[in-house]
Design a protein around this ligand. Structure first.
Ligand code: BGC
Length: 715
């Protein structure tokens, strides 16, 4: 019997608009009343920080301080007020959730909701009002040091995972903060680089996740980026902030700067920025939107009204959070509510569903009947990743490493021998031959080998502030992996990396390959479950893995990292799979790819069209069957191809997906609805999204390069 699931993943941006509040609602009256009671000096004090992560309170009116905190993987350890040092609290260890790349790799919006719930609860316990996440930038180049903090190369997937995360976290009574708005797609020169991108690339690739966060997620805060866009810093950019964010999208919340991303008083004051964070000189009370702004108003150079709009938005967020009149949060006793078993369970669930199986020549799951000795090799088998990466730093309640995970899972039934394999204490290119020799010996005497390699959060890898120098595996890992495979062909490589690395040197020789981003506090547990087959892997790639850096669109079509202070996005719409598809370049592993321990068949695609324009609905139904021997989850991906566009479009684009849980032999009917946005492109002349009539092809695939079902429709 077929059971029926209904999964509706709207391609468009329907939902209740954030700006639908009428101006005379009590909340607005409350804001206006408070605003009218503030002196100009008080207003100016509210539009910048007073410590690294707070704004000042105005006790006479019950206006509280805002407590801000990083970051995307959990609540950052408490920061000292006036430095980047830790405050050295003893009770602020928290849950460490998987990186957003991992969350997105689950392709499961329900898990984004669970993430948001747990994350929001921890933020409340820590007394935070605004959490500085999610990061919604697009993976444009494989080299970006912060790709692992962002979800994907695809705007649709990013938007679909961001919206439930935002809604769930904010429902707990905090604001999250969509960052870094916009076009912060590289760390190199991030504070000075000017991005030139076409209007279509802006609207179709780089903004949709922010747009959905505002219109559907009703996000209360947005963080401006460090870089410039079309010559103006993102935090001083009226086109991005006023015209698009606040104008077109009707954003009513507050826009804060990234830390130190403001450069000029007049430009910041008049461009739509509401809150400047981080003092000019890194200390004291010195802000562009502080004394210099007050002086400009007093000198008649600036209308005092510009401050009103900023304060109005800050008060609006406070009223929404219901914190007016509230005293400082009481955080005594919080330790018991942080990193709880429930939150750890959420972290584990996400980690398990995010594991991506890229290759399996009958080596996985591990055959525990025949394996008596297991070699575990690689620095990442024992490395903890919570306390690294830049502003995402987490003081984790605990972090189970891959080695610990396997030890816990296998107990005494299998003898585990560990060898470090590579050394991360030297530079990225140093090969430690002694460690390789030792690893080879350990591998040769084992029945099977699991080699944990990849990247980490050391400078120059998956880390804030710099990009990776290349796409190569660091620390001589290629040499290590080749030598280990030679010593024992029964080898599985498990990559922990938040961005692509080249694997061509050994890929054809390795029997098994898992690719994961950073998996949080239960890393080892999740990996052990998958390696032993108690969890069937069901993650899929959220970005393309190119064979080599020189194949990637930002390299071929350029530019990256830019020339003379400007990076031209000549790759335009051809970011990620849009490039590989359109230009027919074969990647190592395609966007959306991921294997399972079982096999799925697709059948019976039916497409129905109803309504027009705003109410246009294309309903796809098709069957997926588990034809293998174990239960598993499959992600079906829906791509739309415009066959008759008058403007060039990428070969196809992701516009829907559904994750289906299937028992052995079970078949389910999947329903996915697309609305008009799934077929539209942005017309820069008309300055709007347009639907051109004509033929479209709907492709249903198990990855971007494996179409299982397709049909043409005419709109
Ligand atoms: C990062 C932001 C972060 C902020 C505060 C900046 O350097 O770009 O993502 O939220 O610091 O730590």
């Amino acid at each position: 019997m077929k059971s029926k699931i209904i999964l509706i993943l709207l391609a468009g941006l329907s939902g209740i608009l954030f700006n639908s509040c009428k101006t005379q609602e009590p909340m607005d009256q409350k804001v206006e009343k408070l605003l009218s009671q503030l002196t100009l000096e008080e207003k100016v004090s509210l539009i910048h920080g007073n410590t690294y992560f707070t704004t000042p309170a105005i006790p006479r009116l019950g206006i509280p301080a805002l407590h801000l905190s990083d970051g995307p993987c959990g609540i950052r350890e408490e920061n000292a007020p006036d430095s980047w040092n830790s405050a050295n609290w003893k009770n602020d260890s928290t849950a460490y959730f998987p990186a957003l790349t991992s969350l997105a790799a689950t392709w499961n919006p329900e898990l984004a909701t669970e993430f948001g719930n747990a994350y929001g609860e921890e933020a409340v316990v820590r007394g935070k009002d605004i959490m500085l996440a999610p990061g919604l930038n697009i993976h444009r180049t494989p080299l970006n040091g912060r790709n692992w903090e962002y979800m994907s190369e695809d705007p649709f997937l990013t938007a679909r995972m961001a919206v439930p995360y935002i809604k769930a976290a904010q429902a707990k009574g905090i604001s999250v903060c969509a960052k870094h708005y916009a076009l912060n797609n590289q760390e190199q020169d991030r504070g000075t680089i000017n991005v030139e991108a076409s209007e279509r690339a802006l609207r179709e690739i780089y903004l949709p996740a922010f747009e959905a966060s505002v219109k559907e997620g009703e996000v209360l805060s947005v963080m401006g980026a460090y870089n410039k866009f079309r010559g103006k810093f993102a935090c001083q950019n009226p086109y991005l902030l006023q015209d698009i964010l606040k104008g077109e999208w009707g954003f009513r919340g507050l826009v804060m700067s990234d830390w130190g991303a403001v450069h000029n008083t007049m430009e910041a004051a008049t461009s739509g920025l509401d809150l400047e964070m981080f003092p000019i000189d890194g200390k004291g009370n010195n802000y562009y939107m502080g004394q210099p702004l007050l002086d400009s108003i007093k000198a008649g150079k600036l209308d005092a009204k510009v401050v009103d709009d900023k304060v109005r938005r800050i008060l609006y967020v406070m009223v929404k959070l219901n914190i007016i009149g509230k005293s400082e949060p009481d955080t005594t006793g919080m330790a018991a509510h942080l990193g709880t078993p429930e939150h750890a369970k959420t972290a584990l669930k996400i980690a398990e569903e995010s594991v991506i199986l890229l290759k399996n020549s009958q080596v996985l799951p591990l055959n525990l009947k025949t394996i008596k000795t297991l070699a575990v090799i690689g620095d990442n088998a024992t490395r903890k990743h919570a306390h690294g990466g830049g502003s995402t730093i987490i003081k984790a309640k605990y972090e189970i490493t891959p080695l610990q995970g396997l030890q816990q899972k296998l107990g005494n039934s299998v003898k585990i021998n560990f060898a470090q394999g590579y050394d991360i204490s030297k530079d990225l290119k140093t090969v430690n031959q002694a460690l390789i020799t030792e690893a080879v010996k350990t591998a040769a005497s084992a029945d099977a080998v699991i080699l944990f390699g990849g990247l980490n959060h050391e400078p120059g890898l998956d880390d804030e502030g710099t990009d990776k120098p290349d796409m190569k595996l660091p620390y001589g890992q290629n040499e290590l992996i080749k030598a280990v495979i030679k010593a024992n062909p029964n080898t599985v490589v498990v990559m922990l990396a938040g961005s692509p690395v080249e694997m061509g040197d050994w890929l054809s020789d390795v029997k098994g390959l898992l690719y994961n981003s950073y998996l949080g506090m239960e890393t080892g547990t999740a990996l052990a479950e998958v390696l032993t087959g108690d969890v069937n892997p069901s993650g899929k790639l959220t970005y393309t893995l190119p064979v080599k850096l020189e194949d990637s669109p930002s390299y071929v079509l350029g530019e990256y990292p830019g020339k003379n202070g400007t990076v031209n996005y000549n790759d335009d719409l051809l970011v990620g799979y849009r490039y590989f598809d359109t230009k027919n370049v074969k990647p190592m592993f395609a966007f959306g790819f991921g294997l399972s321990y079982t096999v799925f068949s697709y059948d019976n695609l039916k497409i129905e069209t109803s309504g027009k324009a705003e109410s246009l609905t294309i309903t796809l139904t098709f069957d997926i069957k588990n034809t293998g021997n174990v239960k598993g989850k499959e992600i079906a991906e829906v791509y739309v191809r415009d066959l008759e566009s008058s403007l060039p479009r990428p070969f196809k684009e992701l516009k829907g997906f559904a994750k289906v849980d299937l028992k052995v032999g079970e078949s389910k009917s999947v329903k996915i609805k697309l609305n008009q946005r799934a077929f539209q492109y942005y017309n820069p002349e008309k300055k709007q999204w347009v639907l051109e009539h004509g033929k479209f092809e709907i492709l249903v695939g198990s990855s971007s390069d494996n179409t299982r079902l397709k049909q043409q429709i005419e709109l």
